[in-house]
Design a protein around this ligand. Structure first.
Ligand code: GLU
Length: 293
């Protein structure tokens, strides 16, 4: 018997859901349902400056209106900061984290002073400035109340992990190999705890997928590169590696990816305009029959 398939939909309540979210949720839901598996909903609300409770309520309302059903209780990441903290403490004790006091402006200045910056998957790669601070300087600046983020020392992390190249499987793209150079040049020392939020997306998403026993991660292909980094985190923590199915992102008439900030119509606007859930599924290119009760 093949193992039970467990998928999840993990929206962030930073705005109302639009058609792109319906598509992503629909894929995760349909895959679980077709396989007789489990579908989980998780609220990724660690960014306390951008997430709002009314958007969380709207996620529940909109997805239920679309006909989705999910297990209770729903995990809300903002209720689990202490778990992310313990994971970070583990990395710190292994010498893999360092405080970074740099502001965005300082990082940009440093990069431009160094000539052309290697461009990574998530923009410019951090030049590693704070990696070289002495222990005393770190202590003094922390004691003086200077804000800091926690960065993963990626080279040191790679050195602690064995079994290179690490591998993961994408359903469409096939087997992927992660190399230390790819992580160093593509991501650099990523932030695992932000100055304003004591955790980061990369840490929480990987932690929770492992904790919740997700066996198939379905998500947009904008996150394809991030999976290389998530694979490193899995190796560091000894977490299992799920299968991945990165899917296309829905676009508008001009070919631009649907986005909250670009005013893609929200699901509630479509509903208020009289559209039915079945029409929304058709618009998203999914078979409405998959979501009927
Ligand atoms: N909260 C993330 C998002 O909304 C989830 C990404 C993922 O599925 O890993 O983009």
């Amino acid at each position: 018997m093949s193992p039970l398939l467990v998928t999840r939909c993990a929206p962030s309540p930073t705005g109302y859901l639009h058609l792109g979210h319906a598509y992503a949720a629909g894929i995760a839901y349909a895959r679980a349902r077709q396989a007789g598996g489990r579908f989980l909903l998780r609220v990724e609300d660690i960014d306390l400056t951008r997430c709002r409770p009314e958007f969380t309520s709207a996620i529940f309302e909109d997805l239920a209106w679309l006909g989705l059903r999910w297990e209770q209780p729903v995990r809300r990441q903002s209720e689990h900061f202490s778990e992310y903290r313990s994971a970070l403490d583990g990395l710190r004790d292994r010498g893999l984290l360092y405080p970074c006091f740099c502001t965005r402006k300082q990082i940009a200045a440093e990069i431009s002073a160094a000539g052309q910056a290697p461009h990574g998957f998530e923009g410019a790669v951090y030049p590693g400035t704070c990696r070289y601070l002495s222990q005393t300087e770190r202590q003094d600046r922390t004691a003086a109340g200077e804000a800091y983020a926690l960065r993963l020392d990626v080279a040191a992390a790679c050195a602690q992990v064995s079994g290179w190249p690490l591998r993961w499987q994408d359903e469409a793209a096939g087997e992927q190999a992660v190399m230390p150079e790819l992580l160093r040049n593509g991501f650099g020392d990523v932030v695992l705890a932000r100055k304003d939020t004591p955790a980061s997306y990369h840490l929480c998403v990987t932690h929770d997928d492992a904790l919740q026993g997700i066996t198939l991660v379905t998500r947009g292909d904008d996150l394809f590169p991030a999976t290389h980094l998530h694979r490193l985190l899995q190796a560091l923590f000894g977490w299992p590696t799920p299968a991945y199915a990165h899917h296309r992102l829905l676009t508008d008439d001009s070919g631009e990816r649907l986005a909250k900030r670009k005013n893609a119509p929200s699901l509630r606007e479509l509903r208020a305009d009289g559209m039915s859930a079945a029409q929304v599924w058709r618009m998203a290119g999914l078979d409405a029959g998959l979501f009927a009760a």
